[in-house]
Design a protein around this ligand. Structure first.
Ligand code: COA
Length: 193
C-alpha cells in the first residue's frame, strides 16, 4: 500500500535507488536541507508499506518551492524534482505526488505551478501534459555547461521546456499561453526576483 508522508533529512540516506536515473538530478545536502527548512510542506515522499515496518521503501518524492511576487503576477509554485523508483513506475505514483501538491494550501495561494523538463524527456512531458500542464516557453541551453547568448540556437539535448499549469487563483489563465514551444528565451530571462 502506498502512503504519502513528509520527507525527512534522514531519508537522504535511502533515496539512492530513486535517484538512479540519468534524468533525475542529484543535489548536495545543503540544497535538500534548504528545501526542508524553507518549504517543509512541499517536500514529501511516497512510501510502500510491507508486513514489516523496517522494510518500508521510499518509492518516490516531490520537492517543490514557492517563488516570485504576486504584485508582478508571478507568484508560483516550482517543482524542482519529482522522481519515482524504476520498480514502482507506471502505477500513477508521479501523478499522485503532483496532484497532492495542488491540494496544499500554500500552493493554492499561488497563481500557477511550473517546472523545467528536458526537451528529450518525453515521459516527463507526457506526465505533465496528462495532468493539464502546457509548454510556456523553451529555455535555450538551460541544461548546458555554458551560458548561451543566442536565443535561436536550439539544441534538444540541452534545452528545457518550461511547463505550467494555472491554479484557481489565475482564473483568467493569464499565466499560461498556447504554442509556448515556439517562444524561445535564454536562462537569464527566467529569473524570478
Ligand atoms: C517521469 C516519471 C516521474 C513518471 O513517473 P510514473 O510514476 O511512472 O508516472 P505515472 O504512472 O503517474 O504516469 C503518468 C503518465 O505519464 C506518462 N508515462 C509515464 N511513464 C510512461 C512510459 N513508460 N511510457 C509512456 N508514457 C508514460 C503516461 O501518459 C502516464 O499516464 P498513463 O499511465 O495513464 O498512460 C518517472 O518516469 C521518473 O521518475 N523519471 C525520471 C525523473 C523525471 O524525468 N522526472 C520528471 C521530470 S522533472
Amino acid at each position: 500500500m502506498t502512503s504519502i508522508k513528509p520527507f525527512q533529512l534522514e531519508d537522504l540516506f535511502n533515496i539512492n535507488p530513486v535517484n538512479l536515473d540519468p534524468l533525475t538530478e542529484n543535489f548536495n545536502i545543503s540544497f535538500y536541507s534548504q528545501y526542508l527548512n524553507t518549504w517543509p510542506n512541499l517536500f514529501y515522499k511516497s512510501i510502500e508499506s510491507t508486513a514489516l515496518p523496517q522494510d518500508e521503501v521510499i518509492s518516490g518524492y516531490m520537492m517543490a518551492k514557492t517563488e516570485g511576487s504576486l504584485f508582478k503576477n508571478e507568484l508560483h509554485t516550482h517543482i524542482t524534482a519529482v522522481t519515482i523508483n524504476q520498480n514502482y513506475r507506471r502505477i500513477n505514483l508521479a501523478s499522485k505526488l503532483c496532484l497532492q501538491l495542488e491540494k496544499i494550501s500554500e500552493v493554492q495561494l499561488t497563481l500557477f505551478i511550473d517546472l523545467f523538463v528536458k526537451v528529450t524527456n518525453e515521459l516527463g512531458r507526457k506526465l505533465y501534459e496528462k495532468l493539464g500542464y502546457s509548454i510556456y516557453r523553451r529555455v535555450i541551453g538551460y541544461y548546458g555547461k555554458s551560458m548561451p547568448l543566442d536565443r535561436n540556437l536550439v539544441n534538444d539535448d540541452i534545452d528545457a521546456f518550461d511547463m505550467r499549469k494555472n491554479l484557481p487563483l489565475d482564473k483568467d489563465k493569464k499565466t499560461i499561453r498556447d504554442h509556448g514551444e515556439n517562444v524561445y528565451v535564454l536562462p537569464n530571462e527566467i529569473v524570478f526576483l
